[in-house]
Design a protein around this ligand. Structure first.
Ligand code: FE2
Length: 200
């Protein structure tokens, strides 16, 4: 059996369990924690996420995002992100649930709370709550309105799994926040997603 088939079967089994968690009822923090456990178990199998299958971004590019799996209706979307040091993603929400687990390296996750009432278009104020070092064995789970920023430090690329309730490509209303000028705007998806089918 090829590594790709093993990966697909392992991911399919994990996603079946994730779907049963979601089917239990309203997605609260406990349900999210249970989903994160499934994602962490996938991330704890680094042989499924090798550089040979998912190479780091090319020279001059800091981020490669690989789609591993999604449903036909674009729900339950799993990605592998390979990011180089100095890559930063501004504070943003997701408008769907999101979980992140580390395969290799540390993704610094800065968590924020929005403090304005959202009534003034394009304006937002955030307070930094805490920073999590998401390395192997750890992860982070976010509800649709939770806000985080991502930062890669160190000197080697990181590899992290990100699992979302809906595919990033469908999230046209999520917001990106600028702390310096207290503005917010619709977030772009950033780099183009690479399809897992392109990998061996
Ligand atoms: Fe995010």
């Amino acid at each position: 059996m090829t590594q790709k088939i093993i990966r697909q079967q392992t991911v399919d089994a994990a996603l079946l369990r994730v779907k049963s968690i979601v089917a239990r009822g309203p997605l609260d923090r406990q349900a999210l924690a249970d989903i994160l456990q499934e994602l962490k178990a996938l991330a704890a199998q680094p042989e499924l996420w090798l550089e040979a299958d998912f190479p780091p971004p090319e020279e001059g590019v800091r981020h490669a995002r690989y789609l591993i799996r999604e449903e036909a209706d674009k729900t339950f979307a799993l990605y592998l992100n390979v990011m180089k040091p100095d890559n930063r993603i501004l504070p943003h929400n997701h408008t769907t649930w999101a979980t992140i687990a580390a395969v290799e390296g540390v993704e610094f996750n800065h968590l924020y709370t929005r403090t304005d009432d959202g009534s003034k278009p394009g304006y937002a104020t955030l307070v930094h709550e805490r920073t999590l070092e998401v390395g192997p064995g750890s992860g982070v789970a976010l509800l649709p309105d939770d806000i985080h920023a991502v930062e890669i430090r160190g000197d080697a690329p990181i590899r992290h799994l990100h699992l979302y309730g809906r595919a990033l490509e469908t999230l046209t209303e999520r917001l990106s926040f600028n702390l310096e000028d207290k503005s917010c705007s619709i977030m772009s998806i950033g780099v183009t997603t690479r399809r897992e089918a392109a990998a061996t």
